[in-house]
Design a protein around this ligand. Structure first.
Ligand SMILES: [Zn+2]
Length: 125
């Protein structure tokens, strides 16, 4: 990044745990540990960017809003956002950012966050 992050973005990260903050960065930049990106940058073992549901590329938008494998967990996310989900609102507002980062960590889809998820949210299980 050439310039320091602006205040609005810093505000999104305020109060987030370190793992949540790095998840938020991944979600906002699209440079994630999800298959679509890993395939795009040619990480060995990711010959396809398709989600395991086979209904689209595994992108943050797909997982957060559309993946049928997450439909059950998505209800809680929806509820936290006042009953409806909007991709930009999830990534651009403080409440959305916290809920989306947590939710994505807990999905267990990105291996580097699995341990963080176990440690951070143990008490909430
Ligand atoms: Zn899917």
């Amino acid at each position: 990044m050439k310039r320091p992050p602006d205040l609005a973005i810093l505000k999104l990260h305020k109060g987030l745990q370190k793992a949540e903050s790095s998840m938020l960065i991944q979600l906002r930049t699209g440079r994630t540990g999800l298959r679509h990106f890993l395939n795009k940058v040619r990480v060995p073992g990711y010959e396809s960017g398709q989600c395991e549901c086979d209904m689209g590329l595994e992108t943050p938008r797909h997982v957060l809003l559309h993946c049928p494998h997450e439909s059950e967990r998505r209800e809680a996310l929806k509820e936290s956002q006042g009953g409806s989900l909007d991709f930009n609102r999830l990534l651009d507002t403080p409440t959305g950012a916290l809920a989306a980062s947590k939710w994505m960590i807990r999905s267990g889809r990105i291996p580097q966050f699995q341990l963080a998820g176990t440690l951070l949210y143990k008490e909430e299980e």
